[in-house]
Every structure is written in structure tokens, then in C-alpha cells.
Write a new protein. Structure first.
Ligand SMILES: Nc1nc2c(ncn2[C@@H]2O[C@H](COP(=O)(O)OP(=O)(O)OP(=O)(O)O)[C@@H](O)[C@H]2O)c(=O)[nH]1
Length: 319
């Protein structure tokens, strides 16, 4: 299932090479309350002809290999925090799109995405845009201790390395406003507008840009390799993490994990935990102070505390 708009689901057959035959479907009653999300593999019955006006029914949802979730808020004691949404099913890569300048990289956002990716067992890929405006050194330095794969893009650069990383996979693209995600999606899938146009036909007119849309990447040259899919997420501006336990938050910070091994089992790793071994770990230079600060910001945000961070970007990086 590649797109959803007001109760109408757009589906393509896995064996439809170009993914041009968009079958419109609705949920069958037997699905009960189970939600169908973009990326789901579904079984259809009824009119699967993809002809204008044809309507099929989704009768079954295939077992999901991964589930990328988010909440509107970080704090699970608020209604927004309890409202958990599955963003995409069956993705195997999360492409975190961040500009190197204008707007400056927000490592806090990237860290959040990393937590969501590791929690969902999806491999992250950092995609640094606007490489014509600034170099990647500061961001890469911040992530130096992580084995984080990354690519850089600039206007007119060939996207071969990125395409290589996207080939054969289902990749979700996330990024905050202005980082150049739409520009990139349009470069990767030059007829994305047409694809989204086809989507809007499902819901009689307007395309609601809040939900995710899966787009099949075009084959390049004579290669027979599956170029993969990207899932654009136009409406996602935040990645609330209320569904991730405080313990699992640490998975987004593999560079800190070793520093917690000697901690008391009940240590919360916050500033208030006086005996927290992470403090010494950082002082000994075994991890970057900024990484610990970022982890603690997420911990406090999850606990419903106000974000204490200074709004000033430091060293060109913004938390
Ligand atoms: N210098 C430079 N500008 C870029 C690059 N990519 C995109 N831009 C510009 O950055 C601005 C934002 O790009 P968009 O593609 O609209 O960004 P977006 O992430 O989709 O943001 P929203 O439209 O708010 O969702 C536009 O003016 C683009 O022309 C780049 O690699 N280098």
C-alpha cells in the first residue's frame, strides 16, 4: 500500500515494474480495527483492475518486518504523548535529511530520528544536503563515535552514491522544514508530482500532504537491480518518542552505552542522578559532552519536563 487519503488506499502490485497501475481500495470489514499503513503488504479482493472508479477491498495485512512509530509529544502522560502513530510499515532504512546550512543542522532532531530508527530496528542513513553552502565536518565530528553512514548532496551533484544506498530497500525520508527534502525527492523521482497527482485522484481532488507517500525509484540505465522505494513524509515535523522507554532511548546513543555498564541498575542517567557514571565517562574524554547533553534532553522531555536547552546554536550546530 503506497498512499492513503481519506479512507481510500492506493496500492500497487509488487510485480508491477514501474508501479504505475494504482489500484484503489478500501478496508474490508473483516479487518476490524487493524490499521493499514503505508508500506503494508496487503491482500486485495474485488475489482483490482485499476480502472477509473474501480474499488478493491483490503482483506488481509501481511506480517510487518518493521514498524516505524512516532507520537505527537514525548511525554506519555499527555493525550498527545499517548497518541501513537505508525508512520510506515516494512521500511528498512531511515534517511535523515539535514541541511549543512540554512537551516543549520539540528543534532537534537537527528538524535531523535536515530532513537526512532534503532527502536524500530531500521538502519539510519544521514543525508546531508546543501553541501555547497557548508562542509560536513562539524556534524560528522559530533557523530564521530557512531558508525553512522552518511551521504552528501549539493545542487547538480550526481546522486549515484545515494541511489546506491537506496537500491533494493524501502527508505523513509524525514527532515524538518527547509532542509531541501522536497528538492531531493523530486530529483530522485522526477515524476513524483505525477505520482502524487495520481494519488490525489483517489481522494477526489486535493492531495493531503500530511500522510506518507511511497514512491518507486526509477531504474537507472540498463541496470536490472531493484532501485528501491522511498517513502516521503511531508507532514512529519516532529518525532515524538513517548512510545520509546527511557531505557530504549539509550539505543540512539551507542557511544554512551558502555559508560552505563558500571551504573547502579536503577540509575536514571539524569543530571539529578549524582552517581551516574556517564558523568565520569565524559570527563575522561570517552564520549562527547554534547552527546550526553542531548541524551539527557531527550530523557527530560520524555519525563514531561520543559526543554532546558539554550536556543542559540552552538558552533554552527543547533540542538
Ligand atoms: N544552496 C542549496 N539550496 C538548496 C539545496 N536543496 C534545496 N535548496 C533550497 O532550499 C530551499 C528549501 O528546499 P525544499 O526542498 O523546499 O525544502 P523542504 O525540506 O522540502 O522543506 P518544506 O518545503 O518546508 O517541506 C529551497 O529554496 C531550495 O531551492 C541545496 O542542495 N543547496
Amino acid at each position: 500500500m503506497i498512499t492513503v487519503d481519506r479512507g481510500r488506499y492506493g496500492c500497487v502490485r509488487e510485480d508491477d515494474g514501474d508501479g504505475t497501475e494504482l489500484i484503489t481500495a478500501m478496508r474490508a470489514r473483516e479487518l476490524g480495527r487493524k490499521s493499514v499503513v503505508v508500506g503494508d503488504r496487503v491482500a486485495l479482493v474485488g475489482d483490482v483492475s485499476a480502472a477509473p472508479g474501480a474499488l478493491a477491498r483490503i482483506v488481509r495485512i501481511g506480517e510487518r518486518t518493521s514498524v516505524l512509530r512516532r507520537t505527537a509529544d514525548d511525554d506519555d502522560t499527555t493525550p498527545e504523548g499517548r497518541l501513537e502513530r505508525v508512520v510506515v510499515a516494512n521500511a528498512d532504512q531511515l534517511v535523515i535529511v539535514s541541511a549543512l546550512a540554512d537551516p543549520p543542522p539540528r543534532t537534537g532532531f537527528i538524535d531523535r530520528c536515530l532513537v526512532a530508527a534503532y527502536d524500530a530496528d531500521i538502519e539510519p542513513l544521514l543525508c546531508l544536503t546543501k553541501a555547497d553552502l557548508a562542509g560536513p565536518e562539524q556534524v560528522l565530528d559530533y557523530y564521530a563515535e557512531l558508525d553512522l553512514r552518511h551521504v552528501q548532496v549539493r545542487p547538480g551533484s550526481d546522486l549515484a552514491e545515494l541511489r546506491e544506498r537506496l537500491a533494493g530497500r524501502i527508505s523513509v525520508m524525514v527532515g524538518h522544514s527547509g532542509v531541501g527534502k522536497s528538492t531531493l525527492v523530486n530529483r530522485l523521482v522526477p515524476d513524483a508530482l505525477r505520482a502524487v497527482g495520481a494519488v490525489s485522484a483517489i481522494g477526489k481532488g486535493r492531495h493531503t500532504s500530511t500522510s506518507a507517500v511511497a514512491l518507486r525509484l526509477p531504474s537507472i540505465g540498463k541496470s536490472r537491480k531493484d532501485p528501491g522505494w522511498i517513502v516521503d513524509t511531508p507532514g512529519i515535523r516532529s518525532f515524538g518518542l513517548a512510545h520509546v522507554s527511557a531505557e530504549s532511548l539509550l539505543h540512539g546513543f551507542p557511544d554512551l552505552v558502555e559508560g552505563t555498564l558500571e551504573d547502579q541498575p536503577n540509575c536514571g542517567h539524569t543530571v539529578a542522578d549524582n552517581d551516574c557514571k556517564l558523568e565520569a565517562w565524559v570527563e575522561e574524554g570517552r564520549a562527547d559532552r554534547r552527546r550526553l547533553d542531548s541524551y539527557r534532553r531527550l530523557l527530560s522531555s520524555r519525563a514531561g519536563e520543559l526543554d532546558p536547552r539554550d536556543q542559540q546554536p552552538d558552533n554552527g550546530l543547533s540542538a
